[in-house]
Design a protein around this ligand. Sequence first.
Ligand code: B12
Length: 432
Amino acid sequence: MGHLGTLLFLLGALGALADICNIPEVDSTLVQTLGQHLLPGMDQLSLEHLNPSLYVGLRLSSLEAGTKEDLYLHSLKLSYQQSLLGSASSDDNSDIQAKPSMGQLALYLLALRSNCEFVGGRKGDRLVSQLKRFLEDEKRAIGDHHKGHPHTSYYQYGLSILALCVHQKRVHDSVVGKLLYAVEHDHHPHQGHLSVDTMAMAGLAFTCLKRSHFNPDQRNRMTLAIRKVQEKILKAQTPEGHFGNVYSTPLALQLLVTSHMPGVELGIACLKATTALLASLQDEAVQNVLMISQLLPVLNQRSYVDLISPDCLAPRVMLEPAVETTSQSQVPEVIHVMLTVPSVWPPYTRSISVPAGSSLEDVLKKAQELGGFMYGTQTTLSGPYLTSVMGKEVGEREFWQLIRAPDTPLQQGIADYRPQDRETIELRLVIW
Ligand code: B12
Protein backbone atom coordinates (compact mmCIF):
# COMPACT_ATOMS: atom_id res chain seq x y z
CA MET A 1 0.00 0.00 0.00
CA GLY A 2 2.90 2.29 0.91
CA HIS A 3 4.47 1.70 -2.51
CA LEU A 4 1.17 2.40 -4.24
CA GLY A 5 0.86 5.64 -2.29
CA THR A 6 4.33 6.73 -3.40
CA LEU A 7 3.51 5.76 -6.97
CA LEU A 8 0.28 7.77 -6.92
CA PHE A 9 2.11 10.73 -5.42
CA LEU A 10 4.72 10.58 -8.18
CA LEU A 11 2.06 10.24 -10.86
CA GLY A 12 0.23 13.20 -9.34
CA ALA A 13 3.39 15.27 -9.35
CA LEU A 14 4.01 14.33 -12.97
CA GLY A 15 0.40 15.21 -13.81
CA ALA A 16 0.82 18.60 -12.21
CA LEU A 17 3.95 19.11 -14.23
CA ALA A 18 2.13 18.10 -17.37
CA ASP A 19 -0.84 20.43 -17.11
CA ILE A 20 1.21 23.62 -16.86
CA CYS A 21 3.21 25.21 -19.62
CA ASN A 22 6.86 25.61 -18.67
CA ILE A 23 9.30 27.24 -21.04
CA PRO A 24 12.76 25.82 -20.51
CA GLU A 25 15.71 28.16 -20.03
CA VAL A 26 17.10 29.22 -23.41
CA ASP A 27 20.76 29.70 -24.35
CA SER A 28 21.64 33.31 -23.49
CA THR A 29 23.72 33.78 -26.68
CA LEU A 30 20.63 33.03 -28.74
CA VAL A 31 18.62 35.58 -26.76
CA GLN A 32 21.41 38.17 -27.23
CA THR A 33 21.45 37.55 -30.99
CA LEU A 34 17.69 38.05 -31.16
CA GLY A 35 17.90 41.20 -29.07
CA GLN A 36 20.59 42.61 -31.33
CA HIS A 37 18.05 42.77 -34.15
CA LEU A 38 16.15 45.35 -32.09
CA LEU A 39 19.06 47.77 -31.68
CA PRO A 40 19.11 49.47 -35.13
CA GLY A 41 15.36 50.14 -34.83
CA MET A 42 15.95 51.88 -31.51
CA ASP A 43 17.79 54.69 -33.30
CA GLN A 44 14.73 55.53 -35.40
CA LEU A 45 12.80 57.96 -33.27
CA SER A 46 10.20 59.44 -35.64
CA LEU A 47 6.53 58.64 -34.97
CA GLU A 48 6.33 56.58 -38.16
CA HIS A 49 9.15 54.30 -37.04
CA LEU A 50 8.64 54.20 -33.29
CA ASN A 51 7.42 50.79 -32.21
CA PRO A 52 5.93 50.51 -28.71
CA SER A 53 5.84 46.73 -29.07
CA LEU A 54 9.65 46.73 -29.31
CA TYR A 55 9.89 48.53 -25.95
CA VAL A 56 7.39 46.16 -24.29
CA GLY A 57 9.25 43.13 -25.64
CA LEU A 58 12.56 44.40 -24.34
CA ARG A 59 11.22 45.25 -20.88
CA LEU A 60 9.69 41.79 -20.49
CA SER A 61 12.86 40.12 -21.72
CA SER A 62 16.09 39.23 -19.93
CA LEU A 63 17.89 42.00 -21.84
CA GLU A 64 18.32 45.73 -21.37
CA ALA A 65 19.54 48.49 -23.64
CA GLY A 66 20.60 51.05 -20.97
CA THR A 67 20.17 54.71 -21.86
CA LYS A 68 19.00 53.82 -25.37
CA GLU A 69 15.96 52.26 -23.77
CA ASP A 70 15.24 55.37 -21.67
CA LEU A 71 15.58 57.63 -24.71
CA TYR A 72 13.26 55.34 -26.65
CA LEU A 73 10.52 55.55 -24.03
CA HIS A 74 10.98 59.30 -23.85
CA SER A 75 10.54 59.56 -27.64
CA LEU A 76 7.49 57.31 -27.50
CA LYS A 77 5.91 59.56 -24.90
CA LEU A 78 6.66 62.73 -26.83
CA SER A 79 5.44 61.43 -30.17
CA TYR A 80 2.36 59.58 -28.98
CA GLN A 81 1.15 62.33 -26.69
CA GLN A 82 1.74 64.98 -29.30
CA SER A 83 0.04 63.12 -32.12
CA LEU A 84 -2.89 61.92 -30.02
CA LEU A 85 -3.42 64.94 -27.81
CA GLY A 86 -1.81 67.60 -30.01
CA SER A 87 -3.29 71.04 -30.56
CA ALA A 88 -6.53 71.40 -32.52
CA SER A 89 -4.59 72.69 -35.53
CA SER A 90 -2.90 69.31 -35.92
CA ASP A 91 -6.34 67.79 -36.51
CA ASP A 92 -6.85 69.52 -39.84
CA ASN A 93 -5.99 68.07 -43.21
CA SER A 94 -2.56 69.68 -43.33
CA ASP A 95 -1.43 67.10 -40.78
CA ILE A 96 0.20 64.53 -42.99
CA GLN A 97 1.33 62.24 -40.20
CA ALA A 98 -1.27 59.55 -39.53
CA LYS A 99 -2.42 59.28 -35.94
CA PRO A 100 -1.64 56.06 -34.09
CA SER A 101 -4.41 53.50 -34.47
CA MET A 102 -6.42 51.95 -31.65
CA GLY A 103 -3.95 49.03 -31.41
CA GLN A 104 -0.93 51.33 -31.47
CA LEU A 105 -2.38 53.41 -28.65
CA ALA A 106 -2.96 50.17 -26.74
CA LEU A 107 0.66 49.11 -27.30
CA TYR A 108 1.80 52.54 -26.09
CA LEU A 109 -0.13 52.01 -22.85
CA LEU A 110 1.51 48.58 -22.50
CA ALA A 111 4.89 50.27 -22.99
CA LEU A 112 4.17 52.70 -20.13
CA ARG A 113 3.08 49.85 -17.90
CA SER A 114 6.20 47.83 -18.75
CA ASN A 115 8.13 50.75 -17.19
CA CYS A 116 5.93 50.29 -14.10
CA GLU A 117 4.01 53.51 -14.82
CA PHE A 118 0.29 53.83 -14.48
CA VAL A 119 -1.29 56.10 -17.04
CA GLY A 120 -2.55 59.11 -15.13
CA GLY A 121 -2.93 62.84 -14.93
CA ARG A 122 -4.98 64.93 -17.31
CA LYS A 123 -3.13 63.76 -20.42
CA GLY A 124 -3.16 60.13 -19.36
CA ASP A 125 -6.88 60.24 -18.64
CA ARG A 126 -7.50 61.65 -22.10
CA LEU A 127 -5.56 58.77 -23.67
CA VAL A 128 -7.59 56.25 -21.68
CA SER A 129 -10.82 57.96 -22.76
CA GLN A 130 -9.66 57.86 -26.37
CA LEU A 131 -8.95 54.15 -26.20
CA LYS A 132 -12.34 53.53 -24.57
CA ARG A 133 -14.00 55.59 -27.32
CA PHE A 134 -12.18 53.56 -29.98
CA LEU A 135 -13.54 50.38 -28.38
CA GLU A 136 -17.06 51.79 -28.22
CA ASP A 137 -16.88 52.65 -31.95
CA GLU A 138 -15.67 49.14 -32.71
CA LYS A 139 -18.46 47.69 -30.58
CA ARG A 140 -20.98 49.66 -32.65
CA ALA A 141 -19.34 48.49 -35.90
CA ILE A 142 -19.78 44.88 -34.77
CA GLY A 143 -23.41 45.70 -34.03
CA ASP A 144 -26.09 44.51 -31.64
CA HIS A 145 -26.50 41.22 -33.45
CA HIS A 146 -22.78 40.65 -34.08
CA LYS A 147 -23.37 40.81 -37.83
CA GLY A 148 -20.70 43.46 -38.51
CA HIS A 149 -16.92 43.54 -38.10
CA PRO A 150 -14.61 45.83 -36.17
CA HIS A 151 -12.98 48.48 -38.41
CA THR A 152 -9.57 47.31 -37.20
CA SER A 153 -9.65 43.67 -36.08
CA TYR A 154 -10.53 41.47 -33.11
CA TYR A 155 -6.78 41.31 -32.51
CA GLN A 156 -6.65 45.05 -31.84
CA TYR A 157 -9.91 44.84 -29.92
CA GLY A 158 -8.41 42.26 -27.53
CA LEU A 159 -5.14 44.16 -27.31
CA SER A 160 -6.99 47.33 -26.30
CA ILE A 161 -8.99 45.59 -23.55
CA LEU A 162 -5.73 44.07 -22.30
CA ALA A 163 -3.95 47.45 -22.27
CA LEU A 164 -6.76 49.10 -20.29
CA CYS A 165 -6.87 46.13 -17.93
CA VAL A 166 -3.17 46.24 -16.99
CA HIS A 167 -3.71 49.92 -16.14
CA GLN A 168 -6.62 48.87 -13.93
CA LYS A 169 -9.11 50.63 -16.19
CA ARG A 170 -12.42 48.87 -16.52
CA VAL A 171 -14.43 48.50 -19.69
CA HIS A 172 -18.14 47.90 -19.86
CA ASP A 173 -19.48 44.32 -19.97
CA SER A 174 -20.96 45.05 -23.39
CA VAL A 175 -17.45 45.77 -24.78
CA VAL A 176 -16.01 42.56 -23.33
CA GLY A 177 -19.15 40.76 -24.49
CA LYS A 178 -18.33 41.36 -28.16
CA LEU A 179 -14.94 39.66 -27.82
CA LEU A 180 -16.48 36.82 -25.82
CA TYR A 181 -19.08 36.32 -28.53
CA ALA A 182 -16.39 36.28 -31.26
CA VAL A 183 -14.45 33.57 -29.42
CA GLU A 184 -17.57 31.58 -28.52
CA HIS A 185 -18.86 31.63 -32.13
CA ASP A 186 -15.55 31.13 -33.90
CA HIS A 187 -17.09 28.62 -36.27
CA HIS A 188 -19.84 31.00 -37.30
CA PRO A 189 -20.29 30.44 -41.07
CA HIS A 190 -20.42 34.16 -41.95
CA GLN A 191 -17.76 35.47 -39.62
CA GLY A 192 -14.74 33.43 -40.68
CA HIS A 193 -12.12 32.13 -38.28
CA LEU A 194 -10.06 33.95 -35.72
CA SER A 195 -6.34 33.33 -36.20
CA VAL A 196 -4.20 31.74 -33.50
CA ASP A 197 -2.66 35.17 -32.82
CA THR A 198 -6.10 36.74 -32.39
CA MET A 199 -7.32 33.92 -30.16
CA ALA A 200 -4.18 34.21 -28.03
CA MET A 201 -4.62 37.97 -27.68
CA ALA A 202 -8.26 37.53 -26.66
CA GLY A 203 -7.19 34.89 -24.12
CA LEU A 204 -4.56 37.24 -22.66
CA ALA A 205 -7.21 39.97 -22.31
CA PHE A 206 -9.68 37.64 -20.54
CA THR A 207 -6.91 36.31 -18.28
CA CYS A 208 -6.05 39.86 -17.24
CA LEU A 209 -9.69 40.72 -16.55
CA LYS A 210 -10.16 37.58 -14.48
CA ARG A 211 -6.99 38.12 -12.44
CA SER A 212 -8.02 41.71 -11.81
CA HIS A 213 -11.53 40.61 -10.75
CA PHE A 214 -13.03 42.92 -13.39
CA ASN A 215 -16.39 42.26 -15.10
CA PRO A 216 -17.46 39.74 -12.41
CA ASP A 217 -20.78 39.00 -14.14
CA GLN A 218 -18.85 37.61 -17.09
CA ARG A 219 -16.41 35.52 -15.09
CA ASN A 220 -17.87 32.16 -16.08
CA ARG A 221 -18.04 33.07 -19.74
CA MET A 222 -14.42 34.24 -19.60
CA THR A 223 -13.30 30.99 -17.98
CA LEU A 224 -14.98 29.01 -20.76
CA ALA A 225 -13.61 31.33 -23.45
CA ILE A 226 -10.05 30.94 -22.12
CA ARG A 227 -10.52 27.18 -22.18
CA LYS A 228 -11.77 27.41 -25.78
CA VAL A 229 -8.77 29.52 -26.76
CA GLN A 230 -6.38 27.03 -25.15
CA GLU A 231 -8.04 24.13 -26.95
CA LYS A 232 -8.01 25.93 -30.27
CA ILE A 233 -4.31 26.74 -29.89
CA LEU A 234 -3.44 23.16 -28.97
CA LYS A 235 -5.47 21.87 -31.90
CA ALA A 236 -3.54 24.19 -34.23
CA GLN A 237 -0.22 22.57 -33.27
CA THR A 238 1.61 21.47 -36.42
CA PRO A 239 3.52 18.18 -36.66
CA GLU A 240 6.77 20.18 -36.15
CA GLY A 241 5.33 21.69 -32.99
CA HIS A 242 4.36 25.25 -33.88
CA PHE A 243 1.01 26.60 -32.74
CA GLY A 244 -0.44 27.82 -36.06
CA ASN A 245 2.85 28.85 -37.59
CA VAL A 246 6.24 29.88 -36.29
CA TYR A 247 5.09 33.51 -36.02
CA SER A 248 1.94 32.87 -34.00
CA THR A 249 3.75 30.53 -31.61
CA PRO A 250 5.19 33.32 -29.40
CA LEU A 251 1.77 34.81 -28.57
CA ALA A 252 0.25 31.34 -28.25
CA LEU A 253 2.94 30.46 -25.71
CA GLN A 254 2.39 33.76 -23.89
CA LEU A 255 -1.21 32.68 -23.40
CA LEU A 256 -0.41 29.10 -22.44
CA VAL A 257 2.20 30.06 -19.82
CA THR A 258 -0.44 32.10 -18.00
CA SER A 259 -2.75 29.16 -17.51
CA HIS A 260 -3.02 25.53 -16.61
CA MET A 261 -5.34 22.98 -18.16
CA PRO A 262 -6.40 20.18 -15.88
CA GLY A 263 -6.40 16.83 -17.60
CA VAL A 264 -4.44 17.99 -20.63
CA GLU A 265 -0.79 17.34 -21.36
CA LEU A 266 -0.01 21.00 -21.73
CA GLY A 267 3.60 20.61 -20.60
CA ILE A 268 4.42 18.29 -23.48
CA ALA A 269 2.73 20.52 -26.08
CA CYS A 270 4.67 23.55 -24.82
CA LEU A 271 7.95 21.67 -24.78
CA LYS A 272 7.35 20.57 -28.37
CA ALA A 273 6.48 24.14 -29.39
CA THR A 274 9.57 25.57 -27.71
CA THR A 275 11.76 22.98 -29.40
CA ALA A 276 10.24 23.85 -32.80
CA LEU A 277 10.65 27.55 -32.08
CA LEU A 278 14.30 27.13 -31.15
CA ALA A 279 14.92 25.13 -34.34
CA SER A 280 13.34 27.97 -36.35
CA LEU A 281 15.52 30.49 -34.52
CA GLN A 282 18.64 28.50 -35.44
CA ASP A 283 17.47 28.73 -39.07
CA GLU A 284 17.16 32.52 -38.59
CA ALA A 285 13.46 32.41 -39.46
CA VAL A 286 12.67 35.14 -36.93
CA GLN A 287 14.32 38.41 -37.92
CA ASN A 288 11.33 40.73 -37.90
CA VAL A 289 11.49 43.25 -35.04
CA LEU A 290 7.80 42.92 -34.17
CA MET A 291 8.05 39.15 -34.08
CA ILE A 292 11.13 39.32 -31.87
CA SER A 293 9.28 41.70 -29.56
CA GLN A 294 6.49 39.13 -29.10
CA LEU A 295 8.98 36.31 -28.64
CA LEU A 296 11.47 37.78 -26.13
CA PRO A 297 8.99 37.77 -23.19
CA VAL A 298 8.30 34.06 -23.77
CA LEU A 299 12.01 33.21 -23.72
CA ASN A 300 12.06 34.97 -20.33
CA GLN A 301 9.01 32.99 -19.13
CA ARG A 302 6.90 36.18 -19.20
CA SER A 303 3.67 37.27 -20.87
CA TYR A 304 1.76 40.54 -21.36
CA VAL A 305 -0.43 39.53 -18.41
CA ASP A 306 2.63 40.09 -16.18
CA LEU A 307 2.14 43.79 -16.88
CA ILE A 308 -0.60 43.74 -14.22
CA SER A 309 2.31 44.01 -11.77
CA PRO A 310 5.58 44.17 -13.72
CA ASP A 311 8.89 43.54 -12.01
CA CYS A 312 10.97 46.55 -13.02
CA LEU A 313 13.82 45.64 -10.68
CA ALA A 314 14.44 42.19 -12.16
CA PRO A 315 18.09 42.03 -13.26
CA ARG A 316 18.57 42.09 -17.01
CA VAL A 317 21.70 41.56 -19.09
CA MET A 318 23.08 44.47 -21.14
CA LEU A 319 22.45 44.08 -24.84
CA GLU A 320 25.75 44.34 -26.73
CA PRO A 321 25.78 45.56 -30.35
CA ALA A 322 26.45 42.79 -32.88
CA VAL A 323 30.03 42.44 -34.05
CA GLU A 324 30.22 43.42 -37.72
CA THR A 325 31.45 40.58 -39.88
CA THR A 326 33.00 41.55 -43.20
CA SER A 327 31.91 39.21 -45.92
CA GLN A 328 33.98 38.59 -49.03
CA SER A 329 32.50 40.71 -51.80
CA GLN A 330 31.58 38.45 -54.67
CA VAL A 331 29.53 39.16 -57.74
CA PRO A 332 26.11 37.92 -56.58
CA GLU A 333 24.37 35.22 -58.50
CA VAL A 334 21.26 36.41 -60.34
CA ILE A 335 17.91 34.70 -59.75
CA HIS A 336 14.68 34.93 -61.74
CA VAL A 337 11.37 35.41 -59.96
CA MET A 338 8.07 35.28 -61.81
CA LEU A 339 5.78 38.03 -60.55
CA THR A 340 2.13 37.71 -61.37
CA VAL A 341 -1.01 39.75 -60.62
CA PRO A 342 -4.05 37.95 -62.07
CA SER A 343 -6.65 40.05 -60.21
CA VAL A 344 -6.16 43.15 -62.40
CA TRP A 345 -7.06 43.78 -66.02
CA PRO A 346 -4.99 43.20 -68.11
CA PRO A 347 -3.35 40.59 -65.87
CA TYR A 348 0.37 41.17 -65.22
CA THR A 349 3.06 38.48 -65.43
CA ARG A 350 6.77 39.06 -65.85
CA SER A 351 10.03 37.37 -64.94
CA ILE A 352 12.14 39.69 -62.78
CA SER A 353 15.90 39.21 -62.38
CA VAL A 354 17.41 40.20 -59.03
CA PRO A 355 20.57 39.29 -57.08
CA ALA A 356 20.20 36.08 -55.04
CA GLY A 357 19.13 36.87 -51.48
CA SER A 358 16.95 39.82 -52.56
CA SER A 359 13.71 40.39 -50.71
CA LEU A 360 10.30 40.32 -52.35
CA GLU A 361 10.28 44.10 -51.88
CA ASP A 362 13.46 44.26 -54.05
CA VAL A 363 11.61 42.24 -56.71
CA LEU A 364 8.66 44.66 -56.61
CA LYS A 365 11.02 47.67 -56.83
CA LYS A 366 12.80 46.16 -59.82
CA ALA A 367 9.49 45.36 -61.54
CA GLN A 368 8.38 48.96 -61.02
CA GLU A 369 11.67 50.27 -62.47
CA LEU A 370 11.21 48.07 -65.52
CA GLY A 371 7.78 49.64 -66.13
CA GLY A 372 4.29 48.18 -66.39
CA PHE A 373 4.09 47.48 -62.66
CA MET A 374 3.20 49.76 -59.75
CA TYR A 375 2.86 49.22 -56.03
CA GLY A 376 2.43 51.18 -52.81
CA THR A 377 3.12 50.39 -49.16
CA GLN A 378 2.28 51.67 -45.72
CA THR A 379 4.75 51.59 -42.82
CA THR A 380 3.47 49.40 -39.99
CA LEU A 381 4.97 47.91 -36.84
CA SER A 382 5.59 44.69 -38.80
CA GLY A 383 7.33 46.52 -41.66
CA PRO A 384 6.12 47.70 -45.08
CA TYR A 385 2.56 46.49 -45.74
CA LEU A 386 1.53 46.21 -49.39
CA THR A 387 -1.54 48.42 -49.83
CA SER A 388 -1.82 48.95 -53.57
CA VAL A 389 -0.85 47.07 -56.71
CA MET A 390 -1.24 48.49 -60.22
CA GLY A 391 -2.98 51.49 -58.66
CA LYS A 392 -5.63 49.29 -57.02
CA GLU A 393 -5.85 50.37 -53.37
CA VAL A 394 -7.38 47.92 -50.92
CA GLY A 395 -10.93 48.59 -49.78
CA GLU A 396 -12.39 47.82 -46.36
CA ARG A 397 -11.64 44.18 -45.38
CA GLU A 398 -9.61 43.61 -48.56
CA PHE A 399 -5.89 42.91 -48.68
CA TRP A 400 -3.19 42.06 -51.16
CA GLN A 401 -2.26 38.52 -50.23
CA LEU A 402 1.25 37.30 -50.94
CA ILE A 403 1.22 33.82 -52.42
CA ARG A 404 3.88 31.39 -53.56
CA ALA A 405 2.40 29.65 -56.59
CA PRO A 406 0.33 27.70 -56.85
CA ASP A 407 -1.40 28.43 -53.56
CA THR A 408 0.82 28.84 -50.51
CA PRO A 409 0.30 32.10 -48.59
CA LEU A 410 3.64 33.53 -47.49
CA GLN A 411 4.27 33.71 -43.78
CA GLN A 412 6.40 36.84 -44.10
CA GLY A 413 5.94 40.31 -45.51
CA ILE A 414 7.53 41.82 -48.60
CA ALA A 415 10.59 43.13 -46.73
CA ASP A 416 11.42 39.82 -45.03
CA TYR A 417 10.53 37.18 -47.60
CA ARG A 418 13.41 36.16 -49.89
CA PRO A 419 12.22 34.29 -52.98
CA GLN A 420 14.19 31.41 -54.46
CA ASP A 421 15.30 31.15 -58.07
CA ARG A 422 12.45 30.28 -60.50
CA GLU A 423 9.79 30.85 -57.86
CA THR A 424 6.45 32.38 -58.89
CA ILE A 425 4.96 34.95 -56.55
CA GLU A 426 1.35 35.96 -56.99
CA LEU A 427 -0.19 39.10 -55.54
CA ARG A 428 -3.87 38.34 -55.04
CA LEU A 429 -6.58 40.76 -53.96
CA VAL A 430 -8.69 38.93 -51.38
CA ILE A 431 -11.30 39.61 -48.73
CA TRP A 432 -10.38 38.67 -45.16
C1 B12 B 1 -4.88 41.43 -38.36
C2 B12 B 1 -3.71 40.87 -39.14
C3 B12 B 1 -3.78 40.90 -40.53
C4 B12 B 1 -4.91 41.60 -41.29
C5 B12 B 1 -4.55 43.11 -41.36
C6 B12 B 1 -5.69 44.05 -41.74
C7 B12 B 1 -6.31 44.75 -40.55
N1 B12 B 1 -7.18 45.68 -40.82
O1 B12 B 1 -6.04 44.48 -39.40
C8 B12 B 1 -4.79 40.87 -42.67
C9 B12 B 1 -5.62 39.60 -42.61
C10 B12 B 1 -5.19 41.67 -43.88
C11 B12 B 1 -3.31 40.48 -42.65
C12 B12 B 1 -2.56 40.31 -43.81
C13 B12 B 1 -1.27 39.77 -43.81
N2 B12 B 1 -0.61 39.25 -42.78
CO1 B12 B 1 -1.16 39.58 -40.93
N3 B12 B 1 -1.60 39.74 -39.11
C14 B12 B 1 -2.58 40.32 -38.46
C15 B12 B 1 -2.40 40.18 -36.94
C16 B12 B 1 -3.34 39.08 -36.44
C17 B12 B 1 -2.62 41.45 -36.13
C18 B12 B 1 -1.90 42.72 -36.66
C19 B12 B 1 -2.19 43.91 -35.78
O2 B12 B 1 -3.28 44.44 -35.79
N4 B12 B 1 -1.23 44.35 -34.96
C20 B12 B 1 -1.41 45.41 -33.97
C21 B12 B 1 -1.28 46.80 -34.57
C22 B12 B 1 -1.38 47.85 -33.49
O3 B12 B 1 -0.02 46.92 -35.21
P1 B12 B 1 0.09 47.64 -36.67
O4 B12 B 1 1.45 47.43 -37.17
O5 B12 B 1 -0.44 48.99 -36.62
O6 B12 B 1 -0.96 46.68 -37.46
C23 B12 B 1 -1.00 46.64 -38.88
C24 B12 B 1 0.04 45.70 -39.46
O7 B12 B 1 0.21 44.58 -38.59
C25 B12 B 1 -0.60 45.28 -40.76
N5 B12 B 1 -0.27 43.89 -41.06
C26 B12 B 1 -1.00 42.82 -40.80
N6 B12 B 1 -0.34 41.71 -41.13
C27 B12 B 1 0.86 42.11 -41.61
C28 B12 B 1 1.92 41.37 -42.08
C29 B12 B 1 3.07 42.03 -42.50
C30 B12 B 1 4.22 41.21 -42.94
C31 B12 B 1 3.13 43.45 -42.48
C32 B12 B 1 4.34 44.16 -42.94
C33 B12 B 1 2.04 44.20 -41.99
C34 B12 B 1 0.93 43.51 -41.56
O8 B12 B 1 -2.02 45.39 -40.56
C35 B12 B 1 -2.29 45.96 -39.28
C36 B12 B 1 -3.46 46.88 -39.36
O9 B12 B 1 -3.20 47.94 -40.21
C37 B12 B 1 -0.89 39.74 -36.86
C38 B12 B 1 -0.56 38.86 -35.64
C39 B12 B 1 0.63 39.28 -34.84
N7 B12 B 1 1.15 38.36 -34.07
O10 B12 B 1 1.10 40.40 -34.84
C40 B12 B 1 -0.72 39.01 -38.22
C41 B12 B 1 0.67 38.92 -38.86
C42 B12 B 1 1.45 40.20 -38.57
N8 B12 B 1 0.42 38.79 -40.30
C43 B12 B 1 1.26 38.05 -40.91
C44 B12 B 1 1.31 37.84 -42.32
C45 B12 B 1 2.35 36.86 -42.83
C46 B12 B 1 0.45 38.52 -43.19
C47 B12 B 1 0.50 38.49 -44.73
C48 B12 B 1 1.91 38.74 -45.28
C49 B12 B 1 -0.10 37.14 -45.22
C50 B12 B 1 0.00 36.94 -46.72
N9 B12 B 1 0.53 35.81 -47.13
O11 B12 B 1 -0.41 37.75 -47.51
C51 B12 B 1 -0.50 39.62 -45.07
C52 B12 B 1 0.11 41.01 -45.43
C53 B12 B 1 0.37 41.12 -46.93
C54 B12 B 1 0.63 42.55 -47.35
N10 B12 B 1 -0.34 43.11 -48.06
O12 B12 B 1 1.66 43.13 -47.09
C55 B12 B 1 2.26 37.45 -39.95
C56 B12 B 1 3.62 38.15 -40.05
C57 B12 B 1 4.78 37.22 -39.73
C58 B12 B 1 6.10 37.87 -39.97
N11 B12 B 1 7.03 37.06 -40.38
O13 B12 B 1 6.31 39.04 -39.77
C59 B12 B 1 1.50 37.60 -38.59
C60 B12 B 1 2.38 37.69 -37.37
C61 B12 B 1 0.53 36.38 -38.49
C62 B12 B 1 1.22 35.05 -38.44
N12 B12 B 1 1.34 34.47 -37.26
O14 B12 B 1 1.62 34.52 -39.45
N13 B12 B 1 -2.86 40.36 -41.40
